[in-house]
Design a protein around this ligand. Structure first.
Ligand SMILES: NC(=O)c1ccc[n+]([C@@H]2O[C@H](COP(=O)([O-])OP(=O)(O)OC[C@H]3O[C@@H](n4cnc5c(N)ncnc54)[C@H](O)[C@@H]3O)[C@@H](O)[C@H]2O)c1
Length: 448
């Protein structure tokens, strides 16, 4: 569904009118295109406190292809309009270091390009040092506030690095690229993996040689996920309900994938998937199929409750268990589940849906460490906010318009935004990203 307001504010009369009336002016976000897959230009790299990673981080940032600078001021800054700023606050343990974060960003933030990126690197909170914990938690409030005020399609995120900074390369590359256009106000923890992550031969095709299964792939977000995984080099198996077989086959044909018409709530869905993929097995399992059956609890018959919980949660639990038990997911693989900001914030009329999506988050948090230890597989979730699909096109106009605007970027996301985050989770270079729930919501006010 077209966002007419966004289209209008992109025109000269639209810009004039919104400026005069003080109405919101959402920026057209810069997303991945084949012609311009990456940002180009200058990236500022600052350090707050005495970081152990200064040299290594500088090299890592240089590998993004951006022109990394340690300082830029005055006319140079205005002329360069840097595309990103990275502030390494991993060693911040007191208020002096926090003041350095302010000192680094205060002079440059206004000059950051439209759709530019601010990334603050932090560390996990120390259980033994409450001064360090205070400083590190302060970064979260700082990032979330800057995300709300920065405007012009620019995003602000915090990456907490638990181990070596090298393990955060895939995450930093993702956040410093057009792929993360609708991800803002997030806190992402990158763990300390055993050993170094496998070096990627080709960052443009990180999923080469991998096989992915995407549920609910006949349309909407699932279709976009499949398309993005194929773009990144994966082979895909596309699953959807038998009644959607015609659409599913069309998508499969377009993407050179294989269609598996199957209801994910079937008791034997896991076995049927394993049988279909055969000895080749799977590297990536994307649980995307989902439904809504909204009603306030007082008006909700058991059938509406059951159907939503069945598809969105029971199907996910059952197929995950079955595929892990059968060893159908290869080591180095990943499971990406689809939650929702409704599962974080709650939503009127969605007790069933929010319960199912909160359940997905519980599953991810509990299973992630065990799945990695026992099966070598990461488990993460995307939590979309308002995404322009058939599901949200069915929402009444007023609520739909509110959903679109009530976020820091002033617009709805696109299916591809959820797909890009899924692809980053699924990358073999993201092995240190585990148990994370990343909202793809433009920093929605719901559940913020
Ligand atoms: N669109 C949004 O704004 C939004 C926001 C938050 C979360 N989500 C979640 O993202 C996912 C995709 O949403 P969408 O907007 O693309 O929805 P959609 O309705 O456009 O597509 C969902 C797909 O899942 C399939 N499906 C439903 N039940 C199934 C079953 N039992 N077995 C197999 N396939 C089944 C449908 O046939 C459909 O093709 C869902 O899990 C949804 O809850 C969407």
């Amino acid at each position: 569904m077209a966002d007419r307001y966004l289209n209008f504010t992109g025109t000269a009369p639209g810009r004039f009118l919104t400026r005069r009336t003080g109405l919101p002016q959402p920026a057209r976000l810069r997303r991945w295109t084949a012609e311009h897959p990456e940002f180009s230009g200058q990236l500022l790299h600052f350090t707050a406190g005495a970081s152990a990673w200064r040299g290594e981080l500088s090299e890592l940032l240089g590998r993004t292809g951006l022109d990394v600078r340690g300082s830029l001021s005055g006319r140079d800054l205005e002329a360069a309009r840097p595309v990103g700023v990275v502030v390494d606050a991993t060693a911040a343990a007191d208020l002096d270091a926090l003041a350095e974060v302010h000192a680094a960003l205060h002079p440059v933030v206004r000059s950051l390009a439209t759709s530019g990126r601010v990334i603050v690197l932090g560390a996990p909170l120390s259980p033994d040092d409450h001064h360090q914990a205070a400083a590190q938690q302060a970064l979260e409030g700082f990032v979330r506030s800057l995300g709300k005020e920065i405007g012009r399609g620019r995003t602000v995120n915090l990456v907490r690095v638990a181990g070596a900074v090298g393990a955060a390369e895939s995450t930093l590359r993702f956040l410093l690229s057009p792929r993360s256009a609708y991800v803002s106000g997030q806190v992402i923890e990158v763990g300390a993996p055993d050993g170094e992550p496998a070096p990627l031969e080709d960052w443009a095709a990180p999923l080469a040689g991998r096989t992915a299964l995407v549920t609910g792939a006949a349309r909407g977000i699932g279709e976009a996920v499949a398309e993005t995984l194929v773009r990144d080099g994966a082979r895909v198996v596309l699953l959807d309900v038998p009644s959607a077989e015609a659409d599913l086959s069309k998508v499969a044909e377009r993407l050179g994938g294989r269609a598996l018409p199957l209801d994910i709530t079937a008791e034997d869905a896991g076995e049927r998937i394993a049988g279909f993929t055969g000895d080749g097995g799977l590297d990536i399992l994307v649980h995307n199929a989902g439904i809504t059956r909204d009603r306030r609890l007082a008006n909700m018959p058991a059938e509406r409750w059951r159907s939503v919980l069945d598809v969105n949660l029971a199907g996910v639990l059952r197929t995950t268990d079955s595929l892990l038990k059968a060893g159908a997911l290869r080591r180095g693989g990943s499971i990406v589940a689809t939650a929702s900001i409704a599962g974080i914030a709650g939503n009127t009329g969605q007790t069933n849906y929010a319960a199912s999506k909160a359940g997905v988050i519980g599953l991810v948090r509990s299973l992630a460490p065990r799945a990695l230890a026992e099966h070598g597989v990461t488990v993460n979730a995307v939590a979309p906010g308002f995404i322009e699909t058939k599901m949200t096109a069915a929402v009444p106009l007023f609520i739909r318009e509110a959903g679109r605007r009530m976020n820091s970027l002033g617009q709805g996301g696109l299916p591809v935004d959820v797909a890009e985050t899924t692809a980053w989770f699924a990358s073999p270079a993201s092995g240190a990203v585990n148990g994370q729930v990343v909202r793809v919501c433009g920093q929605s006010l719901l559940g913020a």
